[in-house]
Design a protein around this ligand. Structure first.
Ligand SMILES: Cc1cc2nc3c(=O)[nH]c(=O)nc-3n(C[C@H](O)[C@H](O)[C@H](O)COP(=O)(O)OP(=O)(O)OC[C@H]3O[C@@H](n4cnc5c(N)ncnc54)[C@H](O)[C@@H]3O)c2cc1C
Length: 416
């Protein structure tokens, strides 16, 4: 079923009886050409582009729970391409361009909102660093704008500009950044993939790999063995646990990241802002809630819930930037499990086992990467060669010492 304004009006006039399920609930087949493990944003996007762009068929996505139940439905929905390093910026800019056409591509309202992102500057040294970042962004075809304190004051008058410890001395803006409704991304890709014949199999946990003579032949699951020509892993925070079943030890640690939503307020925040002197960033949802977050919980965990010291840290940083935040009531908070790579950058690569591929290490920035990651992973699975914008995301960078250490914008578990 195609969605359109006319369709919505017709359904509204006929009691909304015409809407059907938007993806099937198929039984797993005995084998597929491509099995993608993980029904999060990355897994679903990969399946979609495999079918759509690379015209592959016999594809399944295996999800241990329900699609959208992982980080794709738990994040704070920010998209941007304000990276600096060569390995990263072309990839994230490509992703932002795919976001810009995603709703037309999927015929699905994912609420892509380019309301802008603003990184605040609190010292002269930080301004120098942000000018350099902005220049790198522009050289890579992205947009970047250095704002003065007065310009920011016009848009965000309620910030604590003259805070004695963290005065606001300007900001780096990316107007094309913004937010996207996170779970609609999972649903949109799932619907698109299903329409192209991909089997999305929920409640199907992969419990092991069948590897014979160095070749991956398929996966053991809670619903039996499923044979596969190629197996693509995309399980985000569960990467370490999954790949251990193939006897692989990854340069990845799992940490919890928490998110917070306040009660609904009248419109106050036009875009996304990040505090440059502490762990805090904030946007306002279309329902009015302030959506904010900060640092990871600093210990390894697979629990999808966080602890109070980080709540205190995030709220302290928030109050230092927006004193009025103290008047808002917190409505909800939750945690997700992040796959923190040791340089803060991701991996999209083959493994040493033939037929087994890996996508992970997205740290706390993998939502914005979903379209490009799906496209690049599909490219790798379909052609066995890396996509042009993902050539740096190889396992061997840790052995060769060619880390993509994106200080300031990437996550750094080594500093926690
Ligand atoms: C609080 C929070 C805020 C964040 N904010 C942002 C942000 O603003 N911007 C941004 O870019 N990124 C953000 N992120 C990061 C982003 O959400 C993740 O990097 C990204 O969603 C991870 O990829 P995914 O969507 O594929 O993961 P997931 O949705 O977690 O998908 C992985 C799936 O694999 C499944 N799985 C695991 N093991 C198995 C198995 N053995 N068999 C079958 N299935 C399995 C899981 O159930 C899960 O559904 C945030 C994350 C959190 C937690």
């Amino acid at each position: 079923m195609r969605y359109s304004g006319l369709r919505v009006i017709k359904e509204a006039l006929t009691g909304h009886r015409g809407w059907g399920p938007v993806w099937r609930d198929p039984e797993p087949q005995s084998s597929y050409d491509f099995v993608i493990i993980g029904g999060g944003g990355h897994g679903l996007a990969t399946a979609y582009y495999l079918a759509k762009t690379f015209a592959k068929s016999r594809i399944a996505v295996l999800e241990k729970g329900w699609i959208g139940g992982g980080n794709v439905g738990r994040n704070t929905t920010i998209i941007r391409s304000n990276y600096m390093l060569d390995g990263n910026e072309p990839f994230y800019e490509y992703s932002l361009k795919l976001w810009e056409g995603l709703e037309q591509e999927l015929n699905y309202n994912a609420m892509v909102s380019q309301r802008g992102i603003l990184n605040l500057i609190h010292s002269d040294a930080q301004r120098d660093a942000f000018v350099r970042r902005g220049n790198a962004m522009i050289l890579n075809g992205a947009d970047a704008e250095l704002l003065s304190t007065e310009q920011i004051r016009k848009e965000y008058p309620f910030l604590d500009f003259d805070n004695a410890r963290f005065p606001i001395k300007g900001g780096l803006a990316q107007r094309r950044g913004g937010t996207v409704r996170h779970d609609a991304v999972a649903w949109g890709y799932a619907r698109g993939a299903d329409r192209l014949g991909v089997d999305i199999i929920q409640n199907c946990e992969v419990t092991g790999f069948r590897i014979e003579d160095g070749i991956c032949k398929g996966v053991e699951t809670s619903r039996g063995f499923i044979g596969a020509g190629k197996v693509g892993c995309a399980v985000a925070g569960s990467s370490g646990r999954l790949m251990a079943k193939a006897n692989m030890r990854l340069p990845i640690e799992s940490h919890v990241l928490q998110a917070f939503v306040s009660e609904g307020l009248k419109p106050i925040l036009p875009g996304v802002i990040t505090f440059g002197a502490g762990h805090f960033y904030c946007s306002q949802s279309d329902k009015g809630g302030l959506v904010f977050g900060g640092d990871i919980d600093g210990y390894n965990s697979y629990a999808q819930r966080g602890n109070l010291p980080v709540v205190e840290d995030v709220c302290e940083s928030g109050m230092a930037l927006i004193p009025a935040l103290g008047r808002a009531r917190l409505l909800r908070m939750w945690g997700g499990v992040m796959d923190m790579s040791m340089d803060g950058s991701p991996i999209i690569d083959r493994t040493h086992i033939d037929g087994l591929y890996f996508n992970g290490g997205w740290c706390y920035g993998g939502f914005k990467a979903i379209p490009a990651s799906g496209m690049c992973y599909a490219h790798l699975l379909a052609t066995d060669t890396p996509h042009d914008v993902a050539t740096a995301y190889r396992f061997d960078r840790f052995r060769r010492g060619h880390m993509i250490d994106e200080k300031g914008m990437g996550a750094q578990p080594n500093l926690h």
